[in-house]
Design a protein around this ligand. Sequence first.
Ligand SMILES: [Zn+2]
Length: 114
Amino acid sequence: MHEFSLALEVINLAQYEAEKNKARTVSEITIEIGNISGVEPDAFESALGLLTEGSILEKASIKIVKTSCRGICIACETEFEMNQRMDTCPECGSFPSEISGGKEFRVVSLMIEE
Ligand SMILES: [Zn+2]
C-alpha cells in the first residue's frame, strides 16, 4: 500500500505550498495519475480521504485525472492506448516504436484560499 505514503507526500506538499503563500485552506487539488505509474487511483483516493482529516486538505475537493500511456505502432503507425509496457498494436500485433505518457504521478494544480 504505497498509496498511503504517496498520499502523505501530497498532503505535505499542499501544506508547504499553503504555508508559503500564507493560505488558510486549500480549496481544490488536482492530481494526475498515469495508468502505468504503479499507483492505483482508487486506492490512492481512499488513502488520501482517510489522511486528509484534520490536515490542510480537509475541505479541499480532490480531483484525480487519469492519464494513459500511448504507443505508436512501428509497422502501421496506429496510435493506441497501452495498459502495460508489453502491449502490442491492436491492428497488426507489432510493438510500438514510440511510447508516451502514463507514468505521471504529480500534483498539477492547487487552489488556495488566503
Ligand atoms: Zn500496427
